[in-house]
Write a protein that binds this ligand. Sequence first.
Ligand code: FES
Ligand code: FE2
Length: 327
Amino acid sequence: MSIDHLRPYWHPVAWSRAIGTDPVATTLLDQRVVLWRSEGEGIVANADQCPHRGTALSIGTVEDGCLVCPYHGWKFEAAGACVEIPQFGPDASIPARASIERFRCTERYGLVWVALEEPVADIPAFPEWEDPAYRHVECPAYTWETSAERMVENFTDFGHLGYLHDGYLGEKEDLVVASHKVDDVGDALHYAISMNVPNTNDEFTVTDLTSERGVQTNTYVLTLPYTIHLQCHYAETGGNRTLFFVAQPNTATTSTGFCFQSRDFDLEGEDQPYADFQDLLAEQDRPIIESQVPAELPLDLTDELHLPFDRVAIAYRRALSRLRSAA
Ligand code: FES
Ligand SMILES: [Fe+2]
């Protein structure tokens, strides 16, 4: 399936702090991209392919505010024009073809975002980011051999929570999915569900519970194509834990998940358990999701068996079909 219709959206490609003095390679929608930090322009994204011999510029260097190819030393400015070809004498003019594409690139929420074409939508909202009541934890990013669609759908799949994540996000004795409805507002799906969750604090201090289990209400905004804002509210204490999750479509069948855990309780507590908890859940999910065939999400609803408790998946697949046919 073509993924070109996703080019005019902002996608996350790296943590901002991961872009230091050396260029960094990433792949977005099959496009090889080099990210580097320019003194004047902040983080810059260019096509990661030298026009001379196709070398990856991401294994080159940054010198004098330019990206330098490691093979023959050609220098490119942020806008993409080549400004020096050392094999030429001083008076030679540089051909216009000696240039690389520059992509739109911005930083938000500590992430670097790239749009390969003029974006048709803004970067999704993460209201807690600016809210001083919250403390944020970056969870380890993970790259899976699956589509971004499968990765997102898994993040919001209710039926597996108590089964695959028994003791962490639910319990095997309590798998009936509570009733919920999905509001499709065009560019996003809105839905909420209340569930019993176990207190994991013996192992991971992440739940705002004092008893053995408690009621957690999850309120979701799934913004197309790949962002989930999930607010978990604890009935017992009034505490809130937010997960902001977004997937990078590296290719049609490889994707990278970035996730923040943010909380308005335990503000003096350790951050590591929040990251470790998310990492454990991702490792439980990974072999399952990487085993799914096909890796690309079947948008035809007759291809897989959907039951009433899969209504988020049904709505997501319908919304993705719409996005594809609108392109
Ligand atoms: S391949 Fe890049 S300068 Fe020659
Ligand atoms: Fe999961």
